[in-house]
Design a protein around this ligand. Structure first.
Ligand SMILES: Nc1nc2c(c(=O)[nH]1)N[C@H]1C(S)=C(S)[C@@H](COP(=O)(O)O)O[C@H]1N2
Ligand SMILES: [Mo]
Length: 422
């Protein structure tokens, strides 16, 4: 084994950890399995290393732990966008190794057996403090009744690049096209169960989860750990403390051992590597709901805080895709909304002059997505611009343009997708 901890080592360690988990679930004890060497010697080497300190970093030269093959991802360093042209053939959920990653600093490698969740604040019975909190271990969470939900996680800045390329007003930040989104099956404990156990009071107004990844320095000031308040009404409604993604323990990059999943809301609400939750009888704030993830710009006043995601659509094609002339081509895509499920999707191949309804097929879950097909037989060669316009179940329709905001958030306008027919 080399001194360098390669990505593959992290992966085999992760696989070993996952194998141990699944065998444990079948009733074997971890100690016995390790004695038996059930997961292999070299793999155990990796496991032992990863089990060492809290918040170590995968030493693969990347802030992100998993491999990011170029055919599946655009690598932005601590962020990685899923390529929509890699999606055809995938099912309803995006597999864990194909899911986009968005890290404010970098993926920490945490240890579930020493991890604990600390819950405190004035919105709880007896106002436990951070130094004397109500605690939950990983095993304690797993012992509570579990639930699985299908929902997207989508970065608030998904589609940001189109503010520049389509509307002529670039917004600073990661220049995502549309691949900062994915749907997964998330399994865990309803946050309401944990908050009830911790003694949440009727006067609680805000619930603020905080991550165990590095602190974030913004404008030379340490803003602390990534954290953002969720109103108690939402926190007690449909929010999940997830420890599984698509039937596997959460991958390191997606919040192992436990993350928050806030259905329909902007990505940043879904705090990964959660370590503590403050429950407060008075409103809470952080960098992430005051100067970031708020709407500012020429047409905005009062910096409204962003919460729900808007309606969006993507073709499962590269920008600039080649399409054969005179032949029927099935264009596939997906649409999603933080407002509900998808009611209809219309396609235009002529610059928005005429529209034809696409065919939605399969599952179409609120706060997840609907998949659709549209058969196109272009009769002449040349450059075309495809447009997909979705309507959600509460009547939101994608507009032609959206007002600019400085953060480049919530780009919900119809995307102009260039293709070449030859
Ligand atoms: N602790 C912590 N949680 C976090 C982040 C982070 O950097 N640290 N990034 C947030 C943002 S901005 C997004 S879009 C989602 C991305 O989730 P994913 O990497 O699992 O796709 O996680 C959110 N939760
Ligand atoms: Mo994000």
């Amino acid at each position: 084994m080399t001194d360098q901890l390669e990505n593959e080592d992290v992966y085999s360690a992760l696989r070993a950890e996952q194998l141990l988990f699944s065998l444990e679930r079948q009733g074997y004890s971890r100690r016995e399995l390790l004695k038996l060497g059930a997961v292999g010697i070299s793999v155990l080497g990796g496991f032992a290393r990863l089990a060492a300190p809290q918040a170590a970093r995968a030493d693969n030269g990347s802030p992100i732990s998993k491999p990011l093959p170029a055919q599946n991802f655009v690598n932005f360093g601590s962020n990685a966008e899923m390529r929509w042209d890699s999606v055809p053939g995938l099912g309803y959920v995006i597999p864990n190794d194909r899911f986009f990653v968005r890290d404010h600093t970098g993926t920490p490698i945490l240890n579930a057996s020493t991890w604990q969740l600390n819950v405190f604040g004035t919105g709880l019975k007896n106002s436990p403090t951070l130094t004397n909190p109500v605690t939950f271990t990983y095993d304690a969470l797993q012992a509570l009744p579990k639930k699985t939900i299908y929902t997207f996680i989508e970065c608030a800045g998904n589609g940001r690049s189109f503010f520049g390329t389509q509307q002529g007003t670039p917004a600073a930040g990661t220049q995502w096209t549309l691949g900062a989104v994915g749907v997964a099956a998330w399994t865990g404990v309803p946050l309401s169960t944990v908050l009830d156990k911790a003694g949440i009071l009727p006067n609680a107004v805000d619930v603020m989860p905080s991550g165990l990844d590095g602190t974030v320095v913004a404008n030379g000031v340490d803003a602390g750990h990534v954290r953002r308040p969720v109103p108690a009404s939402k926190a007690l409604n449909d929010v999940l403390l997830a420890y599984e993604m698509n039937g596997q323990p959460l991958p390191y990059d997606h919040g192992y051992p436990v993350r928050l999943v806030v259905p329909g809301w902007v990505g940043v609400s879904n705090i990964k590597w959660i370590g503590q939750i403050e429950v407060s009888a008075t409103p809470l704030s952080s960098l992430w709901n005051t100067t970031q993830y708020v709407l500012t710009g020429p047409t905005y006043s009062g910096s409204p805080v962003i919460t729900s995601q808007v309606v969006k659509s993507a073709f499962e094609l590269p920008l600039g895709a080649q399409i054969p002339v005179g032949k029927a081509t099935v264009l596939s895509g997906r649409s999603w909304s933080g407002g509900g499920s998808i009611k209809r999707v219309d396609i235009s191949v002529d610059g928005g002059a005429t529209w034809t309804q696409a065919t939605l097929h399969g599952a179409n879950i609120a706060n997840a997505w609907g998949r659709w097909n549209f058969t196109w037989t272009p009769s002449a060669t040349g450059n075309y611009t495809l447009r997909a316009r979705a309507t959600d179940s509460v009547g939101n329709v994608q507009p032609t343009a959206v007002p600019f905001n400085d953060g480049g958030y919530l780009f919900g306008a119809i995307v102009q997708h260039p293709v070449v027919v030859s």
